[in-house]
Design a protein around this ligand. Structure first.
Ligand SMILES: Nc1ncnc2c1ncn2[C@@H]1O[C@H](COP(=O)(O)OP(=O)(O)OP(=O)(O)O)[C@@H](O)[C@H]1O
Ligand SMILES: [Mg+2]
Length: 432
């Protein structure tokens, strides 16, 4: 067993700029050469503020830390104004941006990005693509692990597909550029999402009964003078799938939490006609259920079974999700990222709410799980339920949205589904 590796056994050799990371003697030398951005920012960030996080990387490696170097690094990811505010107050995408800043501040020779686009707005995605281009020009190497391969294909020198730990495909740049369409088809057949999504137009359900109405919502966090929601109004009807798109930090998660009754608005009203228009009882009755951006925030029991049992007395149908049977006595935290997300959807469903608010539900999902999620939502709304989704994922907009909203600096505007699609696509298309 290799004592310096967590939870694993490794055989074989790795040669990294002349050192062997598997050798305990060499292991401490690794971070100087490598920057890693983990899939899940919550597992990576350890310091109280963004400035501390970036200096932590530099200090650990023996570099001199100056205020200028910290501010420059945070400026590159749009976080300079948040340098000294608590990291826990950052939005999901802002946390991801901080992980990127802290992993590249020492200019590593090799950068490993695990799902860099998950939780990033399209401008963040194009910044990552630009950064990778720059690193390549400067002679550094980059490994990108990504479910949405489309934006990275034009940059790729070597492409590998792993299925159950086995290498199924190994392609080089020449082949990718000469047989692009063929490569895209092969990837799609192997379950890797590489093509541009098509917009599936849906019927607009404007005549169905109203399920939830929000009027002139204002909200600010107690630690801040700035309002995050500035007069937001929206109406959702039975059977609709609304999507909210917008930049990192624009207020999408905050809106979903306010609509689900987790935060009380400073001003404005939320009406749920099935509660006879009574404000503030949304949460008590679980009529509007919020599924968080980070699924771990939902788990409160030490086994999957207890999580499921605590939601409902109804017996659980394992045919829908056979893998759950295998992990019933595991801690939810031991499941894979996709499984933890799936467990959070099951919990939502078992509560039988009228409306589910999904916060970035597809971040880190492969195409197979994405399709299952799309079907989950379609089934749910076909029962007369309603869904609102905050997302940066254009596939969600194209596959299931019936109406769309853009959140911009705390204000919300209703747009067509096409406009939401273009909003997410354009900034990345320009660059790739
Ligand atoms: N608990 C908190 N205390 C103070 N400020 C917060 C808190 N949570 C979020 N914020 C700030 O409120 C703003 C909106 O955050 P929110 O999480 O709603 O954004 P978002 O649109 O969901 O972003 P993302 O796309 O990155 O998920 C951001 O500036 C964020 O830093
Ligand atoms: Mg969010």
């Amino acid at each position: 067993m290799i004592s310096n590796l967590l939870n694993g056994f490794v055989e074989g050799d790795v040669d990294l700029y002349g050192i062997n990371p598997i050798d305990p003697e060499d292991f401490p030398k690794v971070p100087k050469f490598v920057g890693v951005v983990l899939q899940d920012p919550e597992k990576q960030l350890v310091m109280p503020t963004p400035a501390d996080e970036v200096s932590f990387t530099l200090e650990n490696l023996g570099f001199t830390v100056t205020r200028e170097s910290i501010m420059n690094s945070l400026k590159n990811v749009g976080l300079e104004s948040r340098a000294y505010s608590p990291t826990e107050y950052l939005s999901g995408g802002e946390k991801k941006r901080l992980c990127i800043a802290a992993s590249i501040v020492h200019k590593p020779k090799l950068l490993i990005f695990d799902e860099p686009t998950a939780n990033l707005d399209p401008w963040g995605v194009s910044e990552v693509i630009n950064y990778i281009k720059r690193l390549k020009e400067e002679g550094s190497s980059v490994i990108v692990i990504e479910h949405k391969a489309r934006h990275f294909l034009p940059l790729t020198d070597k492409l590998m597909v792993l299925i159950n730990g086995e290498q199924k495909l190994n392609l080089t740049k020449d082949l990718i550029s000469s047989k692009y369409e063929e490569v895209v088809n092969t990837l799609n057949n192997l379950g890797v999402d590489a093509s541009k999504p098509n917009l599936t137009r849906r019927n607009e359900l404007y005549t169905k009964p109203v399920v939830i109405t929000a009027n002139d919502l204002w909200f600010r966090y107690p630690s801040s003078k700035e309002y995050v929601l500035k007069g937001v109004s929206l109406t959702l009807r039975k059977g609709e799938v609304g999507v909210v798109v917008g930049r990192n930090g624009s207020g999408k998660s905050t809106l979903l939490k306010v609509l689900s009754g987790l935060y009380k608005p400073d001003k404005g009203s939320i009406k749920v006609p099935s509660l006879n228009g009574i404000n503030g009882k949304v949460r008590k009755r679980n009529l509007v259920f919020y599924v968080p951006q980070e699924p771990d925030y939902m788990f409160i029991h030490n086994t999957v079974l207890k999580e499921l049992q605590s939601c409902s007395n109804k017996s659980f149908n394992f045919d829908e999700v056979p893998w759950v049977k295998e992990v019933l006595n595991e801690s939810p935290y031991k499941l894979s990222h996709g499984q933890r997300r799936w467990l959070s959807y099951l919990i939502a469903k078992l509560h039988s709410p009228e409306v589910v608010m999904f916060d970035e539900p597809t971040a880190g999902l492969d195409i197979r799980l994405l399709k299952q999620f799309v079907n989950w939502v379609k089934d749910f709304v076909s029962e007369g339920k309603t869904v609102l989704i905050a997302t940066h994922d254009v596939r969600v907009v194209c596959d299931i949205a019936t109406n769309a909203f853009i959140m911009s600096e705390g204000t919300l505007s209703q747009v067509s589904v096409e406009e939401a699609r273009d909003y997410l696509e354009k900034p990345v298309e320009v660059i790739s």
